[in-house]
Design a binder for this molecule. Structure first.
Ligand code: AMP
Ligand code: TRP
Length: 326
């Protein structure tokens, strides 16, 4: 029997290279061998969003990116979290087997407290419980995510073990699945690429936008002048370039030239920008094509919710019985 994949992403609008390299690449690839379920986690987004009017547009843009990247709604279920409300029921039930200390100790929670000290809401604390509910409601065994999500996956596994110990084998303990590039740095070269830090490059960026963003990228931090030898192993431009070119010979020439200071960072960035523009061209074209039909995304999501609901109803009935709810 095929394994089952589940993953979720907050509706952050147009996706960036980090989302692609850390997660979407695997979302697409896993469709070959797994039954896949991909979810726009709009409820999770409420924990940090101030302007919730953006949710709808952001959902649209993200799902259009997903489809353009090759996520196939015929093979996979693509849906919006809040369209299948059983997840909130499971969230409540799982919260009863979640020790508070596990939540307050999570590095992801501490980070959020630092980021939004004036909005440390209850939902933020329960964020990982809702994520555990997502994964277990759909009985997924494999969860493709970027590296930043590993603490949440470990948390989910612990909750599953606790639930099953208390109520009998019911939920499935999932495994995280990373890509070979699970953490992409932003154009600042020091932080993880993220929309909230505005250090990202969008998959759907125009060639002009790509050139502009690439030209402000921070390069080798140990190289001050063009005459200094470079260090490709610590250069973020080099790291990203390697991912987005298929020309290994050109990459190895750039590496040598950089080490011998025969090319400078500006020159390298120009090369990278053009290679990136070329690598993303098929994606941009496909996105423009799919965008011609404004109903497509919403039709896909409605169909996805109907299919997801069937699985969710079955699990929630089983969970309630195990827990002893009358
Ligand atoms: P988010 O937009 O934070 O909901 O993330 C959606 C998916 O993209 C998650 O699986 C993240 O782990 C992944 N992701 C986000 N940013 C990065 C990054 N800079 N590098 C690698 N993966 C990322
Ligand atoms: N927490 C994830 C993020 O911030 C999003 C998410 C919610 C998720 N539910 C999930 C990821 C279930 C994988 C599986 O990116």
């Amino acid at each position: 029997m095929k394994g089952r994949v589940f993953s979720g992403a907050r509706p952050t609008g147009r996706q960036h290279l980090g989302n692609y390299c850390g997660a979407i690449k695997n979302y697409v690839a896993l469709q070959e061998d797994y039954e896949c379920i991909y979810c726009v986690v709009d409820l999770h987004a409420l924990t940090t969003l101030r302007d919730t009017r953006e949710l709808k547009q952001n959902t649209y843009e993200m799902v259009l990116d997903w489809l353009a990247a090759g996520m196939d709604p015929k093979r996979s279920i693509i849906f919006v979290q809040s369209h299948v409300p059983q997840v909130t029921e499971l969230h409540t039930i799982l919260s009863m087997v979640t020790p508070m200390g596990w939540l307050t100790r999570l590095p992801t929670f501490k980070e959020k407290v630092r980021q939004q000290p004036d909005n440390v809401n209850y939902g933020l604390l329960g964020y990982p419980v809702l994520m555990a509910a997502d994964i277990t409601l759909y009985k997924a065994d494999t969860v493709p995510v970027g590296e930043d999500q590993l603490p949440h996956l470990e948390f989910t596994r612990e909750i599953v073990r606790r639930f099953n110990f208390q109520f009998g084998e019911t939920l499935i303990e999932p495994q995280a699945k990373l890509t070979e590039t699970p953490r992409i740095m932003g154009i600042d070269g020091v932080n993880k690429m993220s929309k909230s830090l505005d250090n990202h490059i969008e998959l759907a960026a125009t060639p002009e936008e790509i050139r502009r963003r690439v030209m402000i990228m921070v390069t080798d931090p140990a190289r001050r002048y063009k005459r200094d030898p470079g260090h490709p192993e610590i250069c973020n431009v080099f790291a990203l370039h390697k991912i987005f070119t298929s020309d290994a010979a050109a990459m190895s020439r750039i590496e040598t030239d950089c080490r011998h200071a025969s090319i400078g960072c500006v020159e390298h960035k120009k090369w990278f920008a053009e290679d990136l523009i070329q690598a993303l061209a098929p994606f941009r074209e496909r996105r423009a094509e799919l965008g011609q039909n404004p109903d497509l995304v919403w039709d896909v999501l409605a169909d996805g919710a109907a299919r997801a609901r069937v699985i969710a109803q079955k699990t929630i009935a089983e969970v309630k019985e195990r827990v002893g709810l009358p």
